[in-house]
Design a protein around this ligand. Sequence first.
Ligand code: NAD
Length: 433
Amino acid sequence: MHVGVMGTGYVGLVTGACFAEMGNDVILMDIDEAKIDALSSGLVPIYEPGLEQIIARNVAEKRLHFTTDLQATVEQSLINFIAVGTPPDQSGNADLSQVFTVAREIGRAVKTYKIIVTKSTVPVGTTHKVREIIAEETEHPFDVASNPEFLKEGNAIDDCMKPERVVVGVDDVRVGEILKELYSPFVRTGKPILGMDVISSEMTKYAANGLLATKISFVNELSRLCERVGANVEMVRTGIGSDSRIGPQFLFAGLGYGGSCFPKDVEALTHTARDHGVRLSILEAVQEANRAQKQHFINKISAHYGNGSLEGKRFALWGLSFKPRTDDIRDAPSLEVIKALLDKGARIKAYDPVAMESAGRLLGDSIEYAAGNYEAVEGADALIIVTEWNEFRHPDFTRIKEALVEPVIFDGRNLYDSQKMAELGFDYHSIGR
Ligand code: NAD
């Protein structure tokens, strides 16, 4: 099939590469010339395990093409995905300007029958608004559909190649059949392609992220109670997670959720609800618990030093990306921790296996960057762990202890055994234990 993807970010790039991997002819389009130039010369602008190889293979096979030319993309593609950003606007609503700009340009480029699919996470009603915009620009026939993306950064290729389900929202069953055909190679193990109406499809994406965020905030809030009553949240987590009605995932207490999706999607959903006269009080509480969790961790650090200024203190910080296996730092908890500590006068030397460059673009020289995790701790007053990269799970504790001025660790991800850390002579602070 001939597929066009407008927006070559984390989602567009990964899904486009995966469509090509299944033998489709794919054009990836973006307005960012530097990005398209980089991709055209073989450079992948984001870190995502396995992505580089898939792109290289499909470019070599001439199934994957990059361009800034939207019109040519639409002309050559039957199915056109909109995968541009939908960041929050100032009020917390989803800013749909990128989606609507692309929709209008697609409308101007439609000269023969086309299917236009919203893959970006968009509030209910957006896909139909896209239809209106396109209809203002063309008299040729076209259909719209909603096909939200559920991939997780860090595991995106696998999620895309072997999705647990594909959601396809259509107004016309024939469009559904074409999209099912496109996705059939991805679901050979029997996973479902769920056909539904467009509005329910748009809502499904937000509902999924809302519920996952709820699990995280639930366990985080519980972790604060665990600390007070002497329970261990790790034991509670395994105790409840082994119940198949609850499940083990998204029950890890930590620093709260971040990233480019959960915060903005939960916020956007509560806004949509309010616009329609419904209050999603659970999700409002989820957001509040998430804010409080980050503050709780910052308070722990602050309390250790008497709640005063942190002038003269230097902290090692491990992990900048919002989660492991990605270089994405959008809304990463690290940013909030760093800001709070800098505001109190502390200095920070950070290390992240892949997100140093993206963090550097945002944070500049407000912090120092270490070449390795051990270099970061050299001469630091304490180690702060923010992202649970695998390589942080079994470090050389003797080396860390020798490098630190004092053997203090604030672990926002519960990576280590509290008892073992005490035996090793660390003053070890974690979450909910
Ligand atoms: P991103 O910021 O990485 O990529 C968006 C891309 O769109 C950028 O490359 C940008 O240059 C491009 N763009 C903007 N305006 C354009 C235009 N007029 N024409 C062509 N390209 C244009 O965003 P992302 O993380 O890939 O997210 C895209 C959408 O997918 C969002 O709605 C997001 O909520 C959703 N989503 C993201 C993830 C994720 O893990 N990142 C997962 C599921 C869904």
